[in-house]
Design a protein around this ligand. Sequence first.
Ligand SMILES: Cc1cc2nc3c(=O)[nH]c(=O)nc-3n(C[C@H](O)[C@H](O)[C@H](O)COP(=O)(O)OP(=O)(O)OC[C@H]3O[C@@H](n4cnc5c(N)ncnc54)[C@H](O)[C@@H]3O)c2cc1C
Length: 337
Amino acid sequence: MIKTDIIIIGSGPVGLFAVFEAGLMQLKCHLIDAIPQAGGQLTEIYPKKPIYDIPGYPSVLAGELIDNLMEQAAPFKPGFTLGERAETIEKQADGSFIVTTREGTQHHAPVVMIAGGLGSFEPRKPKIDNLTDFERKGVEYMVKEPEHFLGKKIFISGGGDSALDWAIYFAEHNNSNVGLVHRSESFRAHKDSVEKVHQLQKAGKIEFYTHAEVVGLQGQDQLSSIEIKQKDQENRIVDVDVWLPLFGLSPKLGPIANWGLEIEKNAIKVDNTLDYQTNIPGIFAIGDVNTYPGKLKLILCGFHEATLAVQTAYKIIYPDKRFTLKYTTVQGVKGFD
Ligand SMILES: Cc1cc2nc3c(=O)[nH]c(=O)nc-3n(C[C@H](O)[C@H](O)[C@H](O)COP(=O)(O)OP(=O)(O)OC[C@H]3O[C@@H](n4cnc5c(N)ncnc54)[C@H](O)[C@@H]3O)c2cc1C
């Protein structure tokens, strides 16, 4: 059981800034995110786009902003459970909460902050009848720990950055060659990655199947082969250990919608007159995931919401103490040892 002061569900910009604001009050945080890296929409959708409305930054790349937020949160040593979706939340007799992920990791804290944005990013799945039989038994939608795949025969489907980046990674790090299956000949990935994939194909490290798709999966308990349909060719069966269909991720509010929280327009209703608390005391919702009159889904609004929410979180965690707000210019940033 992971124990902390505040469980933050969602490690987008707003969840990360909440760590900093909580840290200034000497509160410890642990973040849970369904995707294997921090950053939410900024790293998942637009890491290379410049953002122009972050105060003090005339322009900052989305990926760079996340790096800076991670650096800003670092002195407060946040914990992370990444690549796991928060599935259930149970209120305990003492008012605290246990949040359990789909993978079974349990987290315990007196306060929960939902910074879930548009929802957890879920993989777009191909339509293959027996797909679910092989999920986590050879079929994987994300690469959480790449070293687990080394030494295995890997096939990847997709034509975006994620598919190409992993094809390059495994072609360069694995002993056996990597298969890449794509519906067309053009890619949605960076030009550099496309060039690199072609170089690795020429070097015999990537087997390339264009105008092709995976249409069938075979195996006993574990995936052992895939069936590839390619334009103007007979379908062929190829032996594999791992198939990674990397067709992108789409956000879904998901399990949060079943936690007894008041939901309006696919977002969580909060009290914006005070502290962005939900209808369940001790559970806050900050950033894109909440709604209230006049709500704007902007990063700077989420930062403000996080700052106010941690003030009440402190009172819940330490009902007998009083916290006096001091400017960081006066008190500095005292991290945890
Ligand atoms: C193309 C684009 C451009 C944009 N440009 C700007 C801009 O210029 N300026 C601006 O202010 N805003 C911009 N935005 C909006 C901005 O990205 C959002 O306001 C911001 O990402 C909200 O941050 P967040 O931390 O609330 O949520 P998100 O960034 O959405 O992060 C939420 C995280 O929560 C996780 N999560 C959700 N549910 C669960 C669960 N059950 N278990 C585990 N994890 C979960 C998700 O996986 C995700 O990583 C833009 C958005 C897009 C798409």
